[in-house]
Design a protein around this ligand. Structure first.
Ligand code: ADP
Length: 193
């Protein structure tokens, strides 16, 4: 059985996490942010250590351990009754993060919609990330060179995911708007998919 899925897509700092958290509070939606799953791991051993190495340089964690960790998270969430695959829509944020991950997940996800949170001003993204670094103690947001790398990694490796799924699934949302309006735009579409 494939999971009915909507993807939150966009650059680091575009607001995927903010929207995902809200959507996850609505009955029959289950939010999974891949970065949060990584950050919940112990940073000194195993994949948690690998995560820290890559994310602190602004790079993606290798695909196989990423997908495996994601699978385990979904299995645990199903077992513990937080996620009900038959009736819930999965709201994914931060995964798949390149076309290879999308390919690996082809038989697992039934992607019905992609919300592309589009931010045209790089300065605004950078500023949001630096503010978040202070608030959430995130190493990958603290340093301007790492932020630059993250934005470049997004352009080079993540953006092509849009082509993998094709234009007809993509809903462009202006992420420069206030969070409530971004949510309104997402909800207006989500009720129709
Ligand atoms: P943001 O919301 O700013 O885009 P995330 O919290 O989603 O950041 O991700 C933080 C870091 O975690 C990424 O820069 C990357 O190193 C790692 N990461 C998260 N998701 C993935 C993924 N699907 N594949 C590889 N690396 C990932």
């Amino acid at each position: 059985m494939k999971f009915r899925t909507v993807l939150l897509f966009g650059a680091p700092g575009a607001g995927k996490g903010t929207q995902g958290k809200i959507l996850g509070t609505i009955p029959h939606f289950f939010h999974c942010a891949c970065g949060d799953v990584f950050r919940s791991l112990k940073p000194d051993i195993g994949i948690g250590k690998v995560f820290l190495e890559y994310s602190s340089r602004g790079q993606l964690v290798p695909d196989e351990p990423t997908i495996q960790l994601w699978h385990e998270f979904i299995q645990n969430s199903t077992r513990s009754g937080r996620f009900h695959p038959e009736q819930d829509t999965l709201v994914l944020d931060g995964i798949p993060r390149n076309p290879h991950q999308a390919e690996i997940m082809r038989n697992t996800l039934d992607v019905v919609s992609i919300f592309y949170l589009r931010c045209t001003q790089i300065d605004k993204l950078t500023e949001r990330l630096q503010r978040r670094a202070l608030k959430e103690n995130r190493l990958d947001d603290a340093n301007i060179d790492v932020i630059k790398n993250r934005l470049e990694t997004y352009e080079r490796e993540t953006k092509p995911v849009l082509d993998f799924y094709g234009k007809q699934l993509v809903h462009e949302i202006d992420s420069d708007q206030l969070p409530a309006k971004v949510l309104f735009d997402i909800l207006s579409d989500i009720v129709n998919v």
